[in-house]
Write a protein that binds this ligand. Sequence first.
Ligand code: SP5
Ligand code: ZN
Length: 349
Amino acid sequence: MLTIHSDDHRLHHAAFEWAGGERVPAFETPQRADQVLAGITTHAIGQVIAARRFGRAPIERVHDAAYVEFLSTAWARWQAAGRTADMLPYVWPGPRMQQRRPADLDGELGYFSCDVYAPITAGTWTAACAAADVALSGQARIDAGERAVFSLCRPPGHHAGIDYMAGYCYFNNAAIAAQAFLDGGRRRVAILDIDYHHGNGTQDIFYTRDDVLFVSLHADPREAYPRFTGFAEERGSGAGAGYTVNYPLPSGSTASAWFCALGAACEPIVRYRPEVLIVSLGVDTYEDDPISSFKLRTEDYREIGTRLARLGLPTQFVMEGGYAIEAIGRNVCGVLAGFDACRSEGVKA
Ligand code: SP5
Ligand code: ZN
């Protein structure tokens, strides 16, 4: 399988995050993507090519232009104020408060975010644009007839909503690719999100629409980040009613429970008859992931690839989470190799 990559991801490097009331080293590091890239070579997944640039326009097809503009200038404004540490929000509009854009940087930081997990650093804008380019370059290859590609996006994207950053995410790479498919003439795109965490941002972007089916398998929000979305009763609204499908699973779920939910999640996808499938590929479902609780083992990732290949659809894998540095390369490559092996056998659903 072809992999798309950009070295610019390394420009985004958070110093720390908050966990249990303490500052701890950031879990979302440049090393993650480096390890996945090394795995692509070790496991002989295939050719790796550099992303090309697409600019702001395809990003603004799913994100609010004011949010994009804010991200593009935030670090320079922060520096001009004499600050050097990572930018983090401290205050958000709570229930029944005014949803009004503040006039200064500290206020805007809260206005354009919903948690403390998306610090802006010196290289965040460049890296986030590069991740969108990695997604768009993969989209273009599928559009040109490739059966499957892997967009090695970093920073990840599925927690970023229309006008907010969150959960290590700034631009929603999978959503940007989905919109590009539609803008290129495809009529129905399915996104299957198998990251441990609910893809609240992707859900936000497509919640009222029927041209993108969003199906997510994730830890029950009652017990896991992002806490306030991902419940089974969230099913889309207006024209989008029925086109968001959530499968929350209990904390500690094992592979057998997880694969059972995957089987269920494939049903609405098959019924929808999408022209293309985007997989938000997180491997933080792994048993030794440091921030998650599912119990998938390395051998399970190959089986995921096999199951997804059986859907018989043009498929774009987009990298999301996964924080067990030692295992991230082999787990991601397991999915890709399982997909490729099944596809070369010509197995169809
Ligand atoms: C893309 C993605 O996977 N984003 C995940 C964002 C998770 N945000 C914070 C979760 C809090 C975990 N606390 C760590 C405790 C470790 N012992
Ligand atoms: Zn995750």
